[in-house]
Design a protein around this ligand. Structure first.
Ligand SMILES: CC(C)(COP(=O)(O)OP(=O)(O)OC[C@H]1O[C@@H](n2cnc3c(N)ncnc32)[C@H](O)[C@@H]1OP(=O)(O)O)[C@@H](O)C(=O)NCCC(=O)NCCS
Length: 194
């Protein structure tokens, strides 16, 4: 997950209503694959995978991925998978919101819904990788940890030397253990995460 573009942050009303109207969170369908590709490409900061990869993801990992839909179509998405060797851990692969809708809580809703569903299947940890220059993404995941009163650990995962191009290193952000959806978060923990 590489850095944000300057000036991406917009006004932040209480809900996800904005220029695109009401936004609903939904399970991706294969037909959404091109929209995931478009949002990724247009972000200018996410690693752009092949159109084929997004189609395949929408078919095979739809249960751990979500899209945000407005009357204009898909305006945001999150893709994830359960780690095969750590089945209590969901990896968030990519998350993106159309520039016009940023700052309205869409990404936060996508992550909350994703975790809410995954927690019913025994997921207690969320992982993602973020580059040090991506403050939007860092704040997004820090807010999730904070809101759940969950620990957030940061460590190096893929240093820049592992990339054949000019990609900077990716740090691992691991959040958890997270209480299952509906469980009470102790007051003392609320707001204690970075
Ligand atoms: C990162 C991104 C998905 C955030 O989407 P969003 O819908 O604007 O985020 P939200 O409005 O739900 O904000 C969620 C939290 O992140 C914080 N945040 C989001 N964008 C931020 C920014 N540009 N700067 C600082 N904080 C930001 C918000 O303040 C909020 O925290 P809070 O609850 O403490 O207020 C969006 O900016 C984006 O698509 N960026 C380009 C792609 C990208 O960098 N993806 C992440 C790496 S894969």
């Amino acid at each position: 997950m590489t850095g944000e573009k300057p000036g991406d942050r917009g006004a932040r009303p209480d809900d996800a209503s904005g220029s695109a109207g009401r936004v609903e969170i939904d399970t991706p369908a294969v037909a959404d694959g091109p929209e995931l590709y478009r949002i990724t490409r247009d972000s200018g900061v996410l690693d752009v995978n092949s159109p084929y990869a997004y189609l395949l993801w929408c078919r095979d990992f739809a249960s751990t991925s979500l899209v945000a839909r407005s009357h204009d179509g898909v305006v945001g998405f999150v893709t994830g998978y359960v780690r095969p060797d750590a089945v209590d851990t969901l990896v968030v692969w990519q998350i993106g919101v159309d520039a016009a809708l940023r700052g309205h809580g869409v990404a936060g809703r996508l992550l909350e819904r994703l975790f809410g569903t995954a927690s019913r299947d025994g997921i207690r940890y969320l992982e993602t990788t973020i580059t040090a220059d991506n403050s939007a993404s860092i704040n997004l995941f820090a807010a999730l940890a904070r809101d759940h009163g969950a620990p957030l650990e940061v460590s190096e995962l893929f240093p820049s030397e592992l990339f054949p191009d000019s990609h900077v290193g990716e740090d691992l952000y691991r959040i958890g253990p997270l209480a299952p959806e509906g469980a009470t978060v102790p007051d003392a923990l609320v707001g204690s995460a970075p």
